[in-house]
Design a protein around this ligand. Structure first.
Ligand code: TXA
Ligand code: MG
Length: 329
């Protein structure tokens, strides 16, 4: 089948209440018709996702988005024009009769995003509606950045997977709540706080976290999320000495050590020790992070250890994902 036939098939599946995984510039999404409750419930079942965690509804641009929002403040228009299609999700008041309550976990708000990937855009235009789509992984696990990742994790639970190659951004979109008295970033991502503030003025950064399953002010901000199956730990650059002691205390274990700086690890070891050099830019790091975590998960090492990138604004989203994927040593 060519791309047109595939998109056609995908639209038929969605209209019939089925599930279609599709590429976006951030990560692959697991899509269903956002206005069909039974279809949306299938997403939660396929992912093993708690019903309290709302989904993002994907649309082809601002005009379609406005069909699903009960209000469209100036800030939403300015942001959509600047960053859509792109890795920014806007949380707005939900329009009754639009996206079903299951997709928003019963919240009076709706999360809307216009993704920037040719296949996603073609699919959304052909569907001409809202596609609810969380990342196409089992709940709390690492998000998929290739069609192969989706197949590994959800094959058999999804009717069709559209293969659009590896995702360019590699981590999930920025989620910005425009229903709060002051706009609030609920999840940092590809569009930075600085980029948003340049357009609409000061925004808050949501700092808290909640326990999984709990309905929350900021749902989806669970502590453990995006995690590989292999025990994964993190350390800051300044903790390098501690890391060596920590590794010495785990003799015989195979380790994958993701690093940014030139590490001169001097631990005398008989076990397999894999140094994994990570890209030095935040964009480069984000683009490969989930694929690397999956590779080393598959390789069957005993532990993954990650050197944290610097605590600087440009690295905010990457540090956020690493904190959720790992525990401190
Ligand atoms: O890049 C992305 O955003 C990817 C691709 C597929 O678009 N999607 C994604 O979806 O990461 P998911 O379901 O894994 O994350 C959605 C996030 C969660 O943190 C969720 O709690 C939040 O968006 N969210 C959705 N609706 C919300 C709402 N009404 N209010 C507050 N947060 C909401
Ligand atoms: Mg997710």
């Amino acid at each position: 089948m060519n791309d047109f036939q595939l998109i056609d098939r995908a639209v038929q599946i969605l209209r019939a209440g089925g599930l279609v995984a599709f590429p976006t510039e951030t990560v692959y999404g697991l899509g269903a018709d956002a206005t069909n409750s039974a279809a949306v419930e299938r997403i939660f079942a396929a992912k093993g996702r708690p019903a309290t965690n709302p989904l993002i509804s994907h649309v082809a641009g601002e005009q379609v988005a406005r069909r699903y929002a009960a209000a469209w403040p100036d800030a939403a228009g300015a942001l959509a024009r600047a960053f859509w299609p792109g890795p920014l999700t806007l949380v707005l008041p939900r329009r009754p009769g639009g996206v079903v309550a299951q997709a928003t976990a019963g919240l009076p708000s709706v999360a809307l995003r216009s993704p920037d990937h040719p296949l996603a855009i073609a699919l959304l235009r052909a569907f001409d509606g809202a596609i609810a789509a969380p990342s196409a992984n089992r709940s709390t696990h690492v998000s998929p950045t290739t069609a192969g990742h989706v197949l590994d994790e959800l094959g058999g639970r999804v009717d069709l997977i559209l293969d659009g190659g590896p995702c360019r951004v590699g981590i999930e979109s920025t989620v910005l709540d425009l229903t709060a008295p002051q706009p609030t970033i609920l999840r940092p991502g590809g569009v930075t706080r600085e980029q948003i503030e340049r357009l609409i003025g000061p925004v808050r950064l949501f700092a808290g976290s909640v326990t999984p399953g709990e309905a929350a002010v900021s749902p989806g901000q669970q502590e453990v999320h995006y995690a590989p199956v292999t025990p994964a730990f993190r350390f800051e650059r300044e903790e390098l000495d501690t890391v060596e002691d920590w590794l010495r205390a785990r003799p015989g274990e195979s380790v994958a050590l993701f690093h940014l700086s030139d590490l001169a690890i001097t631990v005398g070891r008989d076990a397999t020790f894999n140094l994994v050099a990570m890209p030095a830019s935040a964009e480069g790091f984000a683009a490969v992070l989930y694929a690397r975590l999956r590779e080393w998960d598959k390789a069957g090492v005993d532990v993954i250890v990650v050197e944290m990138p610097p605590d600087e604004p440009g690295w905010l989203a990457v540090r956020d994902r690493l904190r959720r994927a790992t525990r401190g040593i």
